[in-house]
Design a protein around this ligand. Structure first.
Ligand code: GCW
Length: 643
């Protein structure tokens, strides 16, 4: 089958393609011109020199990537101050469709909230014996790499760049943050492969970044140490970086996972993470590059018997003492939650505690813990909540951080994302990175309209029914009240209530016969709640004020603890698990009813995924309910079947 057009089917360009368009020439504007020429060929419009109905113009004052749209006297005009702004303006007009050409429109201005909107690919060049081609990838192989070399499917990469531009993403990291042997060499003798990708993505306003290993000098034949304060090491990085810019003049910079899950880092040399990041920042600085330094640093060899160590505390404990010590072009990249992309986590307290450091918040579009693209789980509402979080309560306004990053969910799958409905996650991430205040449901509307041109009310309503509440449904049958990690170890798919309970990973729920949850309070627990500023520290610190959906994240409570809903914790666990399965059954029914309205191959792929989702949801329900019935001995009030 051909590659799915996702949110850019030819039909989405009908309104634009019917018009006479005027567009300047040169540079990235040629991308806009090419889009218009293609659309006009299909729909009968023309790219003209005068007498246009759709005009693209460069002017001053709109800032990087911003654009303005107006319509007067029958002319729709997109103005921008740089070429990328015109590109984003074009896709805006495409989204509006005929509406962009109907009657006068007052001038509207659009500017991205986050200047860098980046996707990290956890793609390996060589197939990794455990993680495969793409680590935590659920969409087949990599778009960029296959079996040890560049895949060379440049048309596919081009189509990808186009999709990303259409949802506003402007930076891509082409390889996994776990940098193995082959991938380390992308920095040096294999930089040509990276340059080839950069060449294809550039016309879509996308800068290319590279994950590098902190031990690069050692593993690539440089000095025998990677000590960031060693002159020879610094020189090595300066030379390596100079060569990178020789190959890719607009290279974005490095992404580094250091002293994390066994990756090398500055701790081996008694140096700090600021020392490590700043060395790379210094190498990149002359060329305008940036180092993204990940804050995912914790002890993954914890003793489960040790109740004093709390993984949730780790990033804050490691990094807050370094605030103000990072170079200007070093960005600390922080996962949105303190643990690891669980179905429900509080926002990391590190965000908001580093006022003198540039921060990027990292989200996970690939559904590692949210159904692995076999379950429908639209994450728009989760991200919207995260991005709307104010570390100081209601005082601050504006952005949560300086940049947004997400782990990509695409691969070489014909539908890009394995589950066709998971395309909506990628689209939503891009659009929220442009405007985090947008209503995610309105973004979903855009995605529906673009992906299914001419969608009637029934299809639109059906897609909303199956997606709007799908994160909440997933939460119901998997992760009650903010408990995390009740998954199968290793691959993280399917229930494994005690899978991580006696492991070294620091991911426990502490269920016993009386209760469940992690005491992270300041009085009797690990003190994690105290890492927040007021009012959050106070709210989280007490089970009486802690939000329900995070109760077991912050507190160990008896099964008989009564929630604000009036239900006990144990009854809540039973009820939500039965509800979650019922909601999946309903979604599957709704999807079946959409046959005939959705392209057959797409419909069939989703239908097949719903079978697996339903099987999985029942398994989750029965394992979790049985586990807690057996632990607690408290029967279900409603006498339903629990095993
Ligand atoms: O949760 C873990 C994932 C790893 C991943 C790591 C990280 C890339 O299970 O697969 O490694 O997070 O974010 O570095």
């Amino acid at each position: 089958m051909d590659v799915d057009a996702a949110w850019l089917p030819a039909e989405a360009f009908r309104a634009v393609g019917r018009r006479r368009s005027l567009v300047p020439a040169g540079g990235l504007v040629d991308t806009v011109r090419r889009e218009l020429v293609d659309a006009c060929e299909r729909f009968g419009g023309r790219v003209v020199r005068e007498d246009a109905e759709l005009v693209f113009e460069l002017t001053e004052g709109l800032g990087e990537e911003g654009f303005a749209l107006t319509r007067r006297d029958g002319i729709t005009t997109v103005t921008a101050s740089d070429e990328r702004g015109l590109l984003y303006g074009l896709f805006h007009v495409v989204r509006l469709g005929e509406e962009a050409f109907a009657g006068d429109r007052p001038r509207e201005e659009h500017r991205p909230a986050y200047a860098r909107r980046m996707l990290d690919h956890w793609d390996n060049v060589a197939v990794h014996p455990v993680m495969g081609q793409v680590e935590r990838g659920y969409s087949g192989g990599s778009l960029f790499w296959a079996d040890g070399r560049a895949r060379g499917d440049w048309e596919r990469v081009r189509a990808y760049g186009r999709l990303l531009a259409a949802c506003g993403i402007n930076a891509v990291t082409v390889n996994n943050v776990n940098v193995h042997e082959t991938e380390a060499r992308l920095l040096t003798d294999r930089i040509g492969d990276v340059a080839a990708i950069a060449d294809v993505l550039r016309p879509y306003g996308i800068r290319t970044h590279l994950s590098v290993t902190f031990a690069a000098p050692v593993v690539l034949g440089g000095p025998p140490t990677a000590d960031p304060l060693d002159g020879a090491v610094r020189d090595w990085w300066a030379r390596a970086t100079d060569a990178v810019y020789g190959a890719i003049a607009d290279f974005g910079g490095y992404v580094v996972k250091a002293d994390s899950e066994g990756r090398p880092g500055p701790f081996a040399y008694g140096r700090s993470h600021a020392d490590g990041a700043n060395m790379l920042a210094a190498a990149l600085e002359p060329y305008g590059g940036t180092v993204h330094w990940r804050a995912f640093v914790y002890d993954h060899h914890q003793d489960w018997r040790d109740r004093g160590t709390d993984r949730a505390r780790a990033a804050y404990d490691h990094f807050t003492p370094l605030d103000g010590r990072f170079a200007k072009n070093a960005v600390l990249q922080v996962k949105h939650g303190p643990m690891d992309f669980q179905v429900r986590e509080p926002v990391s307290p590190l965000i908001g505690a580093m006022p003198r450091t540039r921060l990027a918040v990292e989200l996970q579009v690939t559904q590692e813990y949210t159904g692995q693209q076999r379950h429908a789980c639209w994450l728009g509402p989760m991200w919207s909540e995260v991005l709307g979080f104010r570390p100081d309560g209601e005082v601050s306004t504006g952005r949560l951080a300086h940049e947004l990053v997400a782990v990509s969910n695409v691969g070489d799958d014909p539908f890009w994302t394995g589950h066709p409905l998971a395309q909506a996650n990628l689209y939503t991430f891009g659009r929220l990175a442009w405007n985090p205040a947008a209503d995610p449901r309105a973004i979903l509307d855009e995605w529906i309209a673009l992906t299914h041109p001419g969608a009637d009310d029934r299809l639109t309503a059906g897609l909303h029914t199956v997606l709007d509440g799908s994160w909440s449904t997933y939460e119901k049958y998997t992760a009650p009240l903010g408990v995390g990690f009740m998954v199968q170890p290793g691959h993280h798919y399917g229930p494994g209530v005690d899978g991580y309970e006696y492991s070294p990973w620091g991911t426990y729920h502490f269920a016993d016969r009386d209760g469940v949850g992690v005491d992270r309070s300041t009085g009797t627990g690990t003190g994690y709640a105290g890492q927040y500023a007021t009012p959050w520290s106070g709210l989280y610190d007490s089970p009486a004020t802690c939000p329900d959906d995070l109760l077991l994240f912050f507190h160990h409570v008896p099964y008989t603890h009564v929630l604000p809903s009036g239900k006990t914790v144990i009854q809540h666990i039973y009820d939500t698990h039965f509800e979650g399965v019922a909601e999946v059954e309903e979604a599957r029914r709704v999807w079946t009813g959409l046959a005939g309205l959705v392209e057959p191959a797409r419909h069939a792929r989703v239908a097949e995924r719903y079978e697996e989702q339903l099987r999985g949801a029942r398994e989750w329900r029965d394992q979790i309910n049985s586990y807690f019935l057996r632990k607690s001995g408290v029967p279900d009030e409603r006498g339903r079947t629990i095993y």
